[in-house]
Design a protein around this ligand. Structure first.
Ligand SMILES: Cc1ncc(COP(=O)(O)O)c(C=O)c1O
Length: 390
């Protein structure tokens, strides 16, 4: 039975980086882009309807986002995660990367150490280095095909030795696809509380979890955790709204929030984009049925990759994702250097995927593949990969 997500939509010439960037990057015109984390699916109809109403009104003055804006967000997090954010905790930012970068700058000084868990979404390292902070890596490692945090004692020792001030957590984790368990998050929380480390938790992928892997909002761990964290959320991954640049940070601790707000004031960012907030409200209000239809479709795409690799490309190994729509594929079985692997994928297979080393140590020999596309496109990408390897 076909799904609405099977439709192949021509996204070229829509000011979209994923497709219109192909030519700019000097890649072959028939390249299949499976890199940047947006989806080749239309957003829920309720988003288009809300944006049509905005366009019909055709006035786009300064925004003021109050309780009417907050309520659908609260309801979403309450219903889906059993977490009740408060309106005064909300700080809107034009994107999550902007948000965690601002939080790092507001909550630490130049030269302070910030911990991340590599291999991880590359703007984490960028945000730390570009703002003159020191990157401290608490490396993830694989045990029987599952990525784990480093042992608690090691993590704590590293935090103490490097005088870490902030832990920038990726939860669920991009690219390794882990949805951290409550117990794992509690370990991080306990260590960070004991050592005075603030947690900035990037939970942008929270809505993409597969059955059996519930997401835990870091602030929901305990009252102490709540007062020691910044939660970064957005409707952008969930409903494919990344170009609308709207994200919602929650900072329950008034002192931390005042510091972040002060920086936002210095930058004079007060008023979110009107299209972004209209789409965000509409999506959280009416987008649940669409998302509930999308999640099994994505699981089907993962199943396609899993089965194709095991039957036809056994040299490649899919790291089984618990969440996100990004697949972390171990290609070390091909025995190629990272340059050779990149050449095979980019030039021969004409695919555009993210190369593992971009994610830092531990990424060598891996590729990150965005599986949020029509299944036929993913199938074509797999065939191209097989042909290139042959
Ligand atoms: C973990 C993570 N955080 C943040 C982002 C980007 O967020 P934004 O576009 O809101 O800056 C992504 C996008 O891929 C991501 O994977």
């Amino acid at each position: 039975m076909s799904s609405r997500f099977d439709e192949i939509i021509d996204r070229r010439h829509t000011m979209c980086e994923k497709y219109d960037g192909i030519e700019r990057a000097g890649r072959p015109a028939d390249t299949i882009p499976l890199w940047v984390a947006d989806m080749d699916f239309r957003s829920p109809d309720c988003v288009a309807e809300a944006l049509h109403r905005l366009a019909d009104h055709n006035i786009y003055g300064y925004t003021g986002a109050g309780t009417e804006y907050f309520e659908p967000i609260r309801s979403w997090f309450s219903t889906r995660f059993g977490w009740e954010p408060k309106e005064e905790w909300l700080v809107c930012t034009p994107g999550v990367v902007y948000g965690f970068s601002a939080a790092i700058n507001a909550l630490t000084q130049e030269g302070d150490a910030v911990m991340i868990q590599q291999p991880v979404y590359y703007p984490f390292a960028g945000a730390i280095r570009e703002s003159g902070r020191v990157l401290v890596n608490s490396p993830l490692h694989e045990e029987d095909g599952v990525y784990r945090m480093e042992p608690a004692e090691e993590m704590e020792r590293r935090i103490v030795e490097n005088n870490v001030k902030v832990f920038l957590l990726c939860s669920p984790h991009n690219p390794v696809g882990r949805v951290w368990t409550r117990a794992e998050l509690e370990t991080v929380n306990e260590i960070c509380l004991r050592r005075g480390v603030i947690v900035i938790s990037d939970e942008i992928h929270a809505d993409f979890t597969f059955p059996g892997h519930p997401h835990t909002v870091f602030a929901s761990l305990s009252a102490k955790a709540e007062q020691n964290c910044v939660i970064c959320t957005a409707p952008s991954k969930t409903f494919n709204l990344a170009g609308l640049q709207t994200s919602n940070l929650f900072v329950p601790n008034p002192e931390l929030r005042a510091k972040l707000q002060k920086l936002m004031n210095v930058l004079h960012y007060w008023r979110p984009n009107v299209a972004g907030i209209v789409a965000c409200m509409a999506a959280y209000r009416g987008g649940a049925p669409w998302l509930d239809e999308l999640l099994p479709y994505l699981a089907g795409n993962v199943a396609l990759v899993r089965s194709f690799l095991s039957k036809r490309l056994p040299q490649l190994r899919l790291v089984e994702p618990e969440g996100t729509y990004l697949l972390w594929i171990d290609c070390s079985g091909l025995g190629l250097s990272d340059e050779e692997l990149a050449d095979l994928v980019n030039r021969r297979a004409r695919l555009w995927v993210d190369e593992g080393p971009m994610f830092g140590p531990g990424g060598e020999g891996f590729l990150r593949v965005n599986a949020a596309c029509p299944r036929a496109v993913l199938q074509e990408a797999l065939w191209r990969l097989e042909e290139a390897i042959r």
